[in-house]
Ligand binder design. Structure first.
Ligand SMILES: Cc1cc2nc3c(=O)[nH]c(=O)nc-3n(C[C@H](O)[C@H](O)[C@H](O)COP(=O)(O)OP(=O)(O)OC[C@H]3O[C@@H](n4cnc5c(N)ncnc54)[C@H](O)[C@@H]3O)c2cc1C
Length: 514
């Protein structure tokens, strides 16, 4: 694929820079309309924010409180669309708001009824008020001192990196060309100063090459100002970066199938404790940072804050020693005025066309990626003088689509592809053995990740094809040598490659340990 993209001399209809939810969403939209698309990602697909979210496909209850009805309605509609296009990865989850003050139950009960009404035919389940006993039944480990009852509402949950990989496959199925490990180093311009291409590096071969296009889309998330500066040195920055962390614990901290939603923490944020892939995930924070970095790290006060907030609501107070993994993501928040409070910045998506003709699409959230992509491609087509073609993604199934994937048990996230992994496990029984006692992943999934899911490094496999690094960073480090061995057989790489990969992964994983 890479070689073919290098050799091509005629321009593409569209080049998309950035392989997160936004960029891959744009590539799917454009390719499924029939445009000729190249997407370039400097690292792995999902290396940025798109593998580091809270894993919710949601309308955003808190935006309702802020009175942003249209944002909530759009997200609720997209939530329903995503569940019907990728049912193997998106499922309903009950969220319980535990109430400790007499006035809270009716207050949240009413707000969540409005949330249901807004969802209309895209609803995920009716919210209702829970008695104290019902609350404890749903949340056996909830702090019961002073507990009066609760309210339950329903939203969606997903696996962000897995969805992204399946989206990349969907884009390819629709005819797009997607390359990872292909950073865009600079922009090319025509005689009028209009952006008409990119300079790219192939990190594996070290070769640099150029690609031309009618329109270039900047979908680099929290990094988008860097490319805007490459186009126009005096471009005014759009992004106010803010990071959020999550801590992961054993499932025993939150047994059962319901999540906890705390609408107001001591710093005025929403906090979730969520069951995810057999573990408990707690987050998040909202900490302004000077600029986006590729591998952000949790700050000490963020770790302490999440631990102490979780300790207020859980009967068994979690400690640092209980943390199996910590990860950090950066929100691409678009500046609106001069507010220093990032929680108050716009959560809507933004499309900005700079004087140079570079089109930047950013902001928004995972849940609304499809709608963002639709808006973006509409504008990009006009900007690039491409023939008008209608968007078809509202009913386009995502790769792996399967309505009853639960029956594949540990392989459910693969949807229809689970059968292919089963075949590998049956053909080579040693590939069916779990790679670590604490996690369900097997060698067959590593082989599949290399053959079918563009995994190039041990990190690609352990962080984003399997979610080992995000669930249990120490177990992931223990798995690394075997993963490197399996990958090297597929890639034809030698011992030096294996050693270098294991060392690099072990160093990276340090940032996911507390
Ligand atoms: C802590 C946290 C929790 C969140 N939780 C949720 C949630 O539960 N639900 C929800 O709907 N949303 C959530 N979000 C928001 C959502 O995750 C983001 O809006 C979304 O992932 C942004 O995707 P993106 O593609 O714009 O950015 P990214 O995923 O960051 O992708 C940008 C990509 O561009 C690449 N890139 C940068 N420069 C170059 C270059 N020069 N050449 C090539 N590639 C380049 C990067 O490597 C990166 O992969 C959360 C965000 C955070 C931070």
């Amino acid at each position: 694929m890479m070689a073919r993209a290098h050799a091509r001399t005629e321009p593409w209809d569209m080049i998309v820079v950035g392989g997160g939810a936004t960029g891959v969403g744009v590539a799917i939209d454009a390719a499924s309309r029939g445009y000729d698309v190249l997407l370039l990602e400097r690292s792995d697909f999902g290396k940025g924010t798109s593998s580091r979210s809270t894993k919710l496909v949601h309308g955003g209850v808190r935006y309702l409180e802020q009175g942003n009805i249209s944002l909530v309605m759009e997200a609720l509609k997209e939530r329903g669309t995503l569940r019907s296009n990728a049912p193997h990865l998106v499922h309903d989850l009950g969220f319980v708001v535990p109430n400790y003050d007499w006035w809270e139950t009716p207050f949240y009960g009413f707000g969540l009824k409005v949330y249901n009404l807004l969802a209309g035919k895209y609803g995920f389940g009716a919210s209702r008020i829970l008695s104290r006993d019902e609350t404890v039944e749903r949340l056996p480990t909830i702090q019961t001192n002073g507990l009066r009852g609760g309210v339950i509402y329903f939203d969606g949950q997903f696996d962000d990196a897995r969805l992204l990989i399946n989206m990349a496959q969907t884009a390819v199925d629709q005819g797009a060309t997607l390359l990872n490990y292909a950073p865009v180093l600079g922009l090319l311009k025509d005689a009028d100063g209009f952006v008409n291409g990119v300079r790219v590096s192939d990190l594996e071969s070290g070769v640099e090459w150029e690609a031309r296009a009618n329109v270039v889309v900047n979908a680099t998330g929290a990094f988008c100002d860097a490319l805007r500066h490459a186009a126009e040195p005096d471009a005014v920055p759009m992004i106010a970066a803010s990071q959020g962390i999550h801590l992961v614990f054993e499932k025993s901290f939150l047994p059962g199938d319901s999540a906890i939603m705390v609408p107001h923490t001591s710093d005025g944020r929403v906090m979730f404790a969520i069951p995810w892939h057999g573990h408990t995930l707690v987050g998040t924070t909202d900490t302004p940072i000077p600029e986006a970095v590729i591998e952000p790290r949790a700050q000490e006060q963020e770790i302490e804050f999440v631990l102490s907030t979780a300790g207020e609501y859980l009967a068994r107070v979690p400690t640092r020693g209980d943390v199996l993994s910590v990860w950090t993501g950066i929100r691409p928040l678009v500046k609106s005025g001069t507010s220093g409070n990032t929680a108050a910045l716009s959560r809507d998506h933004t499309i900005q066309i700079d004087r140079s003709g570079l089109l930047t699409v950013t902001g928004g959230k995972w849940t609304t990626y499809r709608h963002m992509a639709q808006d973006c491609v509409n504008q990009a087509a006009t900007l690039g003088s491409l023939p008008e073609k209608a968007c078809v993604t509202r009913s386009l199934n995502i790769h792996g689509y399967h309505q009853n994937a639960g029956k594949f048990e540990d392989l459910a996230v693969y949807g229809a592809d689970a059968a292919l992994i089963r075949e590998l496990q049956e053909a080579r029984p040693e590939w069916g053995v779990p790679l670590h006692a604490a996690l369900p992943y097997t060698g067959a999934e590593v082989i599949f990740a290399v053959r079918e899911e563009c995994a190039r490094t041990v990190e690609d496999v352990l962080a984003r094809r399997l979610r080992a690094l995000f669930l249990n960073s120490r177990a992931a480090v223990a798995m690394a040598p075997r993963v490197a061995e399996l990958m090297s057989l597929e890639l034809g790489a030698g011992e030096a490659w294996r050693e270098e990969q294991v060392a690099a992964f072990t160093e990276l994983a340090g940032a996911y340990m507390v």
